[in-house]
Design a protein around this ligand. Structure first.
Ligand code: HEC
Length: 132
């Protein structure tokens, strides 16, 4: 009779369909990941590496601090790479400054620029976000 499958048939069928489901989900997630706009390409990274603040003094401070992480491919958001900054910018300037001053997870306090004033940190924060 139809509709009364024995347990020995149902279980393998169930686990097969679960497997198929998981595989489909994994593929969908992988697909999403590949298309995510926050993945910087090599040319994004090359462009970031070349960026410097216009002011020479600020550029010198950038080169010996922020650049080491933000100007290369690393765990840090890439300088001038908009997708990496969108959500962070939404926190507001005050929070960003506090995070740079005090450090945040892998970012050391002052972003390693121990002789930067708050004004300079603000300028550098603006620079790493906008890339100019
Ligand atoms: C040793 C590596 C390193 C250095 C040097 C560094 N950063 Fe960072 N920075 C990071 C990492 C990693 C994050 C992401 C932290 C997180 O969200 O977990 C980050 C995050 C930030 C953020 C976002 C903070 C937030 O609230 O989301 C700003 C702004 C920032 N850095 C600015 C700077 C500036 C300006 C400098 C130079 C004065 C600098 N960083 C130097 C590694 C670094």
């Amino acid at each position: 009779m139809n509709g009364t499958a024995s347990p020995s048939l149902t279980m393998p069928m169930l686990s097969r369909s679960l497997l198929a489901c998981c595989a489909a989900l994994a593929l969908a997630l992988a697909g999403c990941n590949a298309g995510t706009p926050s993945a910087a390409t090599d040319s994004d990274v090359r462009a970031a590496e070349a960026r410097r603040p216009q002011d020479a003094q600020l550029a010198a401070k950038y080169e010996r601090s922020c650049l080491l992480c933000h100007g290369v491919r690393s765990g840090a958001p890439l300088v001038g790479f908009e997708p990496a900054w969108k959500q962070r910018v939404a926190q507001g300037e005050g929070v960003l400054l506090a995070h740079v001053r005090d450090g945040l997870n892998a970012m050391p306090a002052m972003g390693l620029c121990t002789d930067c004033s708050d004004a300079e940190l603000r300028q550098l924060i603006d620079f790493v976000i906008r890339g100019q």
